[in-house]
Design a protein around this ligand. Structure first.
Ligand code: ATP
Ligand code: ZN
Length: 283
């Protein structure tokens, strides 16, 4: 049985459980329970505060965990990234009151900076050779300058609206974070086999999210040029249509280049373009 720790409630909870469910793992996580065993996969799930997850992984109480890179780095435990999971994106940034001037990092010299990330911030300041006073507080960091507790803060940001409504401006990003699957050092062989199965499923789910299946009709004299635009998994599938001189083309396109590809296909006389979500993608 493999054991995985996920956030009990908060920003990472839903997507962590959602990912496992998309992997076909049935989890009953009602009733605020602390742990549960999946119905159809040898996996036990622990529900914990995200801050505690790296320690549980280091101690081997959990074999795996899902936490943000911010927590993994801050806690600095014996736990390593196995796979980035493409959700929970945010950044750890330094912010100062809006009316203060900031031209470069030297302006932080001598300031008192409030944060829940003292370890990451101290390492960053040391690397940048800035001497500032790091003041650890556990929550509501963004109000610290307003109540005279600090001159600046270092906190997580996604849209920046919390900073703005507290009269702060972001001046320096020190870490880009996302949710990670993390693991400890020693897995018994039996659990390594389960982990490999789980990883195959997670990768298939993540890959499918980043790709779309595309179908279109094209005149035969354009097929060569269209195939060059659509590399697909191997090469596109091309099937003749009942109408002479036309074919149906099917392929897989990555989300990042998607609109670019569509424009090129239109320019190559593609018609009736259909785009279909992919549920799983196993390579
Ligand atoms: P817990 O009770 O588990 O300790 P928490 O209050 O520390 O919860 P959340 O606010 O739920 O934590 O955030 C969990 C993680 O979500 C963060 O550590 C970070 O990796 C990620 N995250 C994504 N976007 C944001 C954001 N805008 N602000 C804060 N965290 C974010
Ligand atoms: Zn937390």
């Amino acid at each position: 049985m493999l054991k995985i720790a996920v956030q009990k409630s908060g920003r990472l909870h839903d997507e962590s459980i959602g990912l496992l469910k998309e992997c076909g793992i049935r989890i009953n996580n009602g009733n605020g329970q602390l742990k549960t065993i999946a119905a159809n996969f040898p996996l036990e799930i622990y529900f914990l505060r995200d801050d505690d997850i790296p320690q549980y992984v280091e101690d081997g109480v959990a074999d795996l965990g899902i936490v943000g890179l911010n927590i993994l780095m801050e806690k600095n435990k014996k736990a390593a990234t196995i796979l980035p999971l493409s959700f929970g994106q945010c950044r750890l940034s330094i912010a100062i009151p809006k009316n203060k001037i900031f031209s470069d990092l030297k302006d932080l010299e001598g300031l008192k900076i409030a944060t829940s990330y003292p370890h990451i911030l101290n390492e960053y300041l040391k690397a940048q050779k800035i001497k500032a006073e790091v003041h650890e507080i556990s929550g509501s960091v963004e109000i610290a300058p307003g109540i005279g507790l600090a001159d600046a803060i270092c906190d997580l940001v996604s849209s920046g609206s919390t900073l703005f409504s507290n009269g702060l401006k972001e001046v320096q990003t020190i870490l880009q974070s996302e949710a990670l699957l993390i693991g400890g050092e020693n897995l018994i062989p039996e659990n390594q086999i389960i982990l490999d199965k789980l990883l195959l499923r997670i990768k298939a789910v993540l890959k499918a999210k980043n790709n779309k299946y595309i179908m279109l009709n094209a005149p035969d004299h354009r097929l060569k040029a269209i195939a060059d635009v659509l590399p697909g998994m191997k090469s596109p599938t091309i099937v003749p249509l009942a109408e002479q001189g036309w074919s149906s083309v099917q392929s897989v396109v990555n989300e990042e280049v998607f609109w670019d590809v569509i424009e090129k296909l239109k320019a190559l006389d593609a018609e009736g373009i259909l785009v279909i979500p992919i549920e799983k993608m196993i390579l």
